[in-house]
Ligand binder design. Structure first.
Ligand code: UD1
Length: 376
């Protein structure tokens, strides 16, 4: 029997690992050890996802928590190494592009343990983004790379990674979406306690969902001020629902910008669970976001997405899906929002292999890959 360590650390990892663990269990006899690094630790950033998505309790929680990038990455590495020594795994599987992904990949490869990367080959071309560095380095360290869209393979080839290590399998996050979408939480239920009857009636006539937490949007006072002013203008056309990421909450407070939110038609919520955010996305007239995952989820749901970033590592959501990239320029944001309000925005189509079966494809492939590895 083969032993595989699966790593999760931050919120966007949880919806990716859930179907993989399920498929490994139903399709293979690979023994999974689940390690949570503790990069995200608040109940609303972590625990409710484990419960709602049926992810087993981690076998090991490294309890690392927040810090600068260097401190967080180093802490994860220091705590992960003894785990690798204790559990003699034949491979380590990492997902996505967060600090936990690169930290554990680096420890594994230095200990001569093969690394498997799910969601490989995405590139924004923007090295200012911490995730871009994590993507490039994790892919370089990986023995087996599973991709979500076809152009990821050419990105990887360009960086010298041969095609025989790459498998186009589709999108595990969309597996999770397809499994849960019919059971998503109703919007009124999610908003109860946060919106009065009058606000709720307005929201039910159509709303925009907003998520925003990228350092490039929220860490600079001038940029965040400009964005909040633009959002305030949008809220005059369409009420906005805004689940607030802890990083953004901290910055709004630090820069004294709370009044901009209070004065606009923006309903602020704490970070939401998966079922709640799925319900909010599926029923929105439009989604404004700087998240990576939400660009993909809105494409899968057919909901127009206006992305508050200068670039995307997920170009398929623009070429085939409902995504429009606008950056942080007010004129571009308002024009894209107006297009959705007046013309319904982009319609898009389902990308290839975003069919709810990606994790099963990974599990089957992984099982035969293990069989081909030299026995130690
Ligand atoms: C991380 C990922 C990002 C992902 C995001 C989703 C990296 C480089 N970034 O960014 O790709 O889109 O997660 O959320 O890995 N905090 C809490 N409670 C928590 C976790 C964080 O209050 O449970 C606060 C802390 O003040 C912390 C800040 O949020 O300093 C940022 O957390 P961190 O994990 O460093 O990065 P994210 O911005 O969440």
């Amino acid at each position: 029997m083969y032993r595989l360590i699966c790593v999760v650390g931050a919120r966007p990892n949880f919806m990716k690992i859930a179907p993989i663990i399920d498929a490994l269990k139903s399709e293979t006899d690979i023994q999974v050890t689940l390690v949570h690094t503790g990069q995200h630790y608040d109940d609303n950033m972590k625990q409710q996802f484990f419960v709602q998505l049926g992810i087993p309790e981690p076998d090991i929680d490294l309890g690392v928590g927040s810090g600068t990038h260097s401190i967080q990455t180093a802490q994860i590495m220091m705590h992960f190494e003894p785990v690798l020594e204790k559990y003699s795994a034949q491979a380590v599987l990492v997902v996505g592009d967060v600090n936990s992904t690169i930290a554990c990949a680096l420890v594994a490869v230095k200990n001569h343990i093969p690394v498997i990367h799910v969601e490989a080959g995405l590139r924004s071309g923007d090295r200012q983004m911490p995730e871009e560095i994590n993507r490039i380095l994790t892919d370089q360290l990986s023995d087996l790379l599973y991709t979500t869209e076809r152009n990821a393979e050419s990105n990887l080839n360009r960086e010298g990674i041969p095609s025989n290590r790459i498998r186009f399998v589709g999108n595990v996050m969309i597996d999770t979406l397809k499994k849960h979408v019919t059971k998503a939480a109703p919007v009124a239920e999610t908003l109860s306690g946060f919106a009065n009857a009058e606000a709720l009636a307005k929201i039910e006539a159509g709303y925009a969902l907003l998520t925003m937490h990228r350092p490039s949007n929220v860490d600079d006072k001038e940029t965040l001020t400009r964005l909040l002013d633009t959002l305030s203008q949008i809220s005059k056309r369409l009420p906005i629902i805004f689940p607030l990421h802890p990083r953004t909450a901290e910055k709004i407070k630090e820069f004294g910008l709370q009044n901009k939110i209070d004065e606009a038609d923006i309903t602020v919520l704490p970070p939401q669970g998966y079922m709640q955010i799925l319900g909010l996305m599926a029923n929105a007239k439009l989604v404004l976001t700087d998240s990576g995952g939400i660009q993909e989820e809105t494409t899968a749901l057919g909901v127009p997405c206006v992305t508050l970033r200068e670039n995307t590592e997920r170009p398929i959501t623009v070429d085939q899906g409902t995504n429009t990239i606008v950056g942080s320029d007010p004129v571009a944001i308002l024009a894209a929002v107006e297009d959705v309000i007046s013309n319904g925005g982009k319609h898009g189509r389902q990308p290839e292999l975003w069919d709810g079966q990606a994790a099963v494809r990974i599990a089957r492939d992984l099982s035969s890959w293990f069989d081909q590895q030299p026995q130690t």
